[in-house]
Design a protein around this ligand. Structure first.
Ligand SMILES: [Zn+2]
Length: 131
């Protein structure tokens, strides 16, 4: 499952940043929120991503974290009519120029998978922090 590899990469990256943060001497109690930026051309199913993450995060500080997703739209340049802008996406195999319905497109962006920020709770205080 494609979502599981994204979930694994995400968990590794977050646990790594937590480790770095803890090396500064503060213990993290839990991760409460994770904000992601996902390109629409990754075709990630967010529900499956959340489910996979929750399963693999079992026993870590990430367990139960709320995952928020912001989608990034890809841009295209149509090689037939010269249109530049957003694309019409039906599915992974059907991506069209919204103006002339050509599939001969030069695409840019839309494959992002970024962890924008993470909200954590520290053990020694009640405030929440982003990093
Ligand atoms: Zn076109």
């Amino acid at each position: 499952m494609h979502e599981l590899s994204y979930a694994t990469a995400m968990l590794d990256a977050i646990l790594n940043s937590i480790k770095k943060e803890e090396e500064k001497g503060r213990k993290i109690k839990k991760v409460s929120e994770i904000n992601l930026e996902i390109g629409e051309l990754t075709f990630i199913n967010v529900e499956q991503l959340k489910f996979a993450f929750d399963v693999i995060a079992e026993g870590t500080v990430c367990k139960g974290a709320k995952i928020n997703v912001e989608f990034i739209k890809p841009k295209c340049k149509c090689l037939d009519c010269g249109y530049e802008g957003e694309v019409k996406i039906v599915d992974e195999f059907e991506i069209y120029c919204p103006k002339c319905n050509s599939m001969r497109l030069r695409l840019s962006g839309g494959k992002e998978f970024n962890i924008k920020n993470v909200t954590v709770e520290f053990e020694d205080e009640n405030e929440e922090n982003n990093f």
